[in-house]
Write a protein that binds this ligand. Sequence first.
Ligand code: MRU
Length: 340
Amino acid sequence: MKVNGKNHRTVWMEGSSVFLIEQNLLPFKFEIFESKSYKQTCEAIKNMLVRGAGAIGSAAGFAMTQAFLEAPEKGFWESVEKAKKEIEATRPTAQNLFYATERVFLKAKISNDPVESAIHTAQSIADKDAEDSRKIGEHGNNLIESGFRILTHCNAGWLAFTDFGTALSPIYMAHKSKKNIFVYVDETRPRSQGARLTAWELKNEGIPHAVIPDNAAAHLMQQGKIDMVIVGADRIAANGDVANKIGTLEKAICAKEFGIPFYVAAPTSTFDPVCKTGKEIPIEERNPEEVLYQTGLTEDGKVERVLVCSPGSDAFNPAFDVTPAKFITGIITEKGIISS
Ligand code: MRU
């Protein structure tokens, strides 16, 4: 997608460096971070400089490539396997991370030239992620009618993938095909990916939208102001249960109550056939500081972090929840729409 008129991907690799859009600085600053080692890329995933299922997957694939490039001749495979474990320990929920590390590793293992294989596989994972997202946009656009007011949660836009996004990709296509749409963006506390990232993406594309407080969606649905919900996914269990950013579950329950279609948009690389139901999906618990503090722009243009809770209070911070399949109208994939 374009930023200041220039095409960008969220994450890419040149030589032995991985380049990433620094998402912790958005929407206040647009900067690219150069990671020179697999350990630095691990840190970038852990501290959410790069985040979102597909972008994490691409970054993890490139981190594996860095690990192959850095591995010494003696103890080559031990070194790569150790790095793989470190990369996989960065974030536990997004299936694309494990999909990417496993794929790069296994393809290299059966290759005559493991390093070349890793470079090639990681690049094809990133390219496929972008292409899948584009196709999800095409399929999802068929569900959107002109005049629709669409609710989305968190950020499943192009920043969360290599390009295009999942939940936002159909919205971009609908806007391009001149449909008149309006997007309600859940702010998505505690890290505010909706208010900071989705809003920034939509503004860049000139799509009419409003950020709403996380607790406003039920009210809007009750008032008949939402025609459809589209969210992304971090992992989809074999029975169709979906793990996504915390707060998704309550939106799905409300949508069912008010008879509003609730769609999940995700590539098939987000499906985890090993998890039979959503109960088996590991849910990441993050630092309570993300709840206690917020970062924003002061009136005189400085980015500052402030305490937003009562001093001395503790916080609990589960990053994802699981929406049972019965609340989901359909899953929009690159291959088409799976209806329940
Ligand atoms: O913690 P994050 O920001 O990496 O969470 C992932 C997400 O952005 C959301 O859960 C999103 O809706 C699905 S991933 C595209």
